[in-house]
Design a protein around this ligand. Structure first.
Ligand code: GUN
Ligand code: ZN
Length: 445
């Protein structure tokens, strides 16, 4: 082992593959170490292993941060979240379309001010980290400055984000709309600047079919065809009023999904947020195209949109990620998001095991975003993006802890009762960027 490695010690858990959704994880899919080491070198994972086995092999003087009560897991990944919507959270009493018009569009208009965009991008990335989220797929606004501001904030923190400029040329206020050609040009220019610059990735971002003209969708599809390794993100089949509107706007298309398919926007780099009101034909087409759904449970319940059918999507072979969808969503915490996903599954007569929930928030989401070669678990060579979860991080968690008999129960407690108080520390590429001041690790060497 190199002299200049850094070591984190605690309980440790990560996924090597999809654990399935049964109480017993699929053999070989999860590594759990009751007293483990995460050895980091040059910002990347060197190895994980039992403390007993590896402590004696550490070179003299290597610092060991011992996270008591800590459970070290890969940093959470959020597959659908809006940077400019922190101030839209908890907007009362609306469903999607009036929520957009009444609260969201007026707020996003503020991002024409570059200073405001920068300040919000800083707040947003700091909040992601304090909630244990180290990476994600992010909507900005239609203003190119908002994308610039977000990527700069991510870069300053060593985080890898995938993000894009909203393309939206109709059915929105003038101060938010672009034009078909202008949105193509701006997206292309941002893509050329930011895609693969360090850890940053660009995403082609038509808001949804209702706010893009056919010309704009067609140019978005052209851009996706020109850059097949660039993600496409949009919204789809969230709300019944929305779906009816799409039917009226695109009467010649067979379905809402067919609109995106027609304009060349459905490929294996496409992430569709919501996908609630869909049928078997939709699922079959998604599976065929390799397109993914971002399941946004706190948003779907908060806006009264509906209950995503997790089991049917999985059964059809559709890749599903988990997402906060702030500001439609009510928490940036992926723990709170897992809790809501569990409840949505229960309301559909289904379950979501803690194995599957933690898999989704880490390796599963990394796979959805085509980033699993870089982040999502602790295989050697991945960026050392990790969270230290505090299993006694809130009064409720502390009370439940003595009755917790297995890793399954420990994870379930964290997902059902946890929030940002359970985030003891968050590290990106080995650097601790957020740490609860009252929960410092014990240092030894
Ligand atoms: N559909 C189109 N835009 C949005 C948005 O900002 N949030 C959500 N939840 N759905 C959308
Ligand atoms: Zn959204």
């Amino acid at each position: 082992l190199p002299d200049n490695c850094e070591v984190h010690r605690g309980a440790l858990l990560h996924f090597l593959d999809d654990p399935g959704n049964d109480p017993e994880p699929i053999p070989g899919s999860v590594e759990f170490l009751e007293d483990g080491l995460l050895v980091v070198h040059d910002g990347k994972v060197l190895l994980t292993g039992p403390a007993e086995e590896w402590l004696p092999r550490l070179p003299d003087g290597v610092p060991v941060s011992h996270w008591q009560d800590g459970l070290i897991v890969p940093g959470f990944i959020d597959t659908h979240v809006h940077m400019p919507q922190l101030g839209v959270m908890a907007s009362y009493g609306a469903q999607l379309l009036d929520w957009l018009e009444t609260y969201t569009f007026p707020h996003e208009a503020r991002f024409s001010d570059g200073d405001w965009a920068q300040a919000e991008a800083q707040r947003f990335t700091d909040l992601l980290l304090s909630h244990g989220t180290t990476s994600g797929l992010v909507f900005c606004t239609s203003h190119p400055e908002s994308v610039q501001a977000l990527f700069e904030a991510a870069e300053q923190r060593g985080m890898g984000l995938t993000a894009g400029k909203v393309m939206m040329d109709r059915h929105a206020p003038d101060d938010l709309t672009d034009t078909a050609q202008g949105s193509y040009d701006d997206s292309l220019s941002l893509l050329k600047t930011w895609h693969n610059r360090g850890r940053q990735r660009y995403a082609i971002t038509p808001r949804f079919a209702a706010t893009s003209s056919p010309e704009q969708l067609s140019l978005a599809g052209r851009l996706a065809g020109e850059y097949p390794d660039v993600l496409v993100q949009t919204h789809w089949a969230e709300n019944t009023g929305e779906i009816q509107w799409i039917r009226e706007l695109f009467p010649e298309r067979a379905s809402y999904l067919d609109v995106y398919d027609h304009y060349g926007l459905l490929g294996d780099h496409t992430v569709l947020a919501h996908g609630i009101h869909i049928d078997d034909a939709d699922r079959a087409l998604l599976a065929q195209r390799g397109s993914r759904i971002a399941f946004c449970p706190t948003s779907n319940t908060f806006l009264g949109s509906g209950l995503f059918d997790f089991r049917e999507a999985r059964a059809a072979g559709v890749m599903v990620g988990l997402a906060s969808d702030v500001g439609g969503g009510t928490s940036l915490s992926m723990l709170a998001t897992m809790a809501e996903a569990y409840k949505v599954c229960r309301l559909r007569g289904q379950t979501l095991t803690p194995w599957q929930a933690f898999y989704l928030a880490t390796l599963g989401n990394a796979r959805v975003l085509h980033q699993a070669q870089h982040t999502g678990n602790f295989e050697a060579g991945r960026y050392a993006d990790f969270v230290v979860l505090d299993q006694a991080g809130s009064p409720q968690l502390a009370m439940k802890r003595p009755y917790t008999r297995s890793p399954f129960e420990a994870l379930f407690n964290l997902m059902m009762l946890g929030d940002d108080r359970a985030i003891q520390a968050t590290a990106v590429a080995g650097q601790v960027h957020h740490q609860r001041s009252d929960k410092a690790p014990a240092l030894s060497s």
